[in-house]
Design a protein around this ligand. Structure first.
Ligand code: AP5
Length: 212
């Protein structure tokens, strides 16, 4: 069973993945992104990937039973024994309830960003093809344009669901199904709200302070 895990929570494009990549060294917790796990399953053409793809392409949430099973399997791995940093999970009350049975969550970091900022963040996103580091064309480009800061890769990719139409559906899913979780975690006294509408380094500092 994983101990002392943390959850990075927030709307699509809030900066969960960006912050996870920055704080993983300080926390020592591995990043567990259900979005990345699902994209890997889609890329390998597994049964889970085939089922998930149609939901992801439409900007809808993948069914809870699929996600919960993925997490149960992931938490059995050795690197999860000391806790993990969940990125994009849980996203529904049933997912949070299932999580509470299998891991101890000490902090839920809610990165708050207004809807008006989300579309430009998502539509400008690209990632390193080798190490997956997240960039933005305007707000967060690599230090040397065309070369990844972390592994010097020169090839980058964009996500299939990073387009304006899908972002609208993803935001709808967030407001209808995911945002109620903030109150749920607040009532448990473990929600830390962070203003995500600032520069990346300031947000990282606030998260690290909240975790301390
Ligand atoms: P997922 O991959 O989890 O996508 P998401 O939640 O929509 O979140 P994103 O990855 O889009 O955003 P992020 O918050 O990580 O932002 P990032 O750091 O990249 O899920 C994809 C799909 O999979 C879902 O739609 C669903 O179908 C399915 N799914 C996944 N998990 C599921 C679950 N648990 N249950 C059911 N279905 C599930 O930043 C975005 C951009 O902004 C980047 O370009 C970045 O450089 C830039 N940026 C970051 N911070 C800042 C800042 N402070 N200022 C300016 N720009 C910034």
């Amino acid at each position: 069973m994983a101990m002392d895990s943390i959850v990075l929570f927030g709307p699509p494009g809030a900066g969960k993945g960006t912050q996870a990549q920055r704080i993983t060294e300080s926390t020592g917790l591995p990043q567990v992104s259900t979005g990345d796990m699902l994209r890997a399953a889609v890329g390998s053409g597994t049964a889970v990937g085939l089922e998930a793809k149609r939901y992801m392409d439409a900007g809808k949430l993948v069914p809870d039973n699929v996600i919960i099973q993925l997490i149960i399997e992931r938490l059995k791995k050795d690197d999860a024994k000391g806790g993990v940093m969940f990125d994009g999970f849980p996203r529904t009350i049933p997912q949070a309830e299932a999580l509470s049975q299998i891991a101890y969550v000490s902090h839920v970091i809610s990165i708050n960003v207004p809807d008006a900022k989300i579309v430009e963040r998502i539509c400008g996103r690209f990632t390193c093809k080798t190490c997956g580091f997240v960039y933005h064309e305007v707000f967060n480009p690599p230090l040397v344009i065309g070369s990844c800061d972390h592994c010097n890769e020169t090839d980058f990719k964009k996500r299939a669901d990073d387009n304006e139409d899908t972002v609208i559906s993803r935001l709808e899913a967030y407001h209808n199904q995911t945002s109620p979780l903030a109150e749920w975690y607040k009532s448990k006294g473990i929600l830390c709200e962070i203003d995500g509408d600032r520069n990346i380094e300031e947000i990282t500092q606030d998260i690290l302070e909240a975790l301390n």
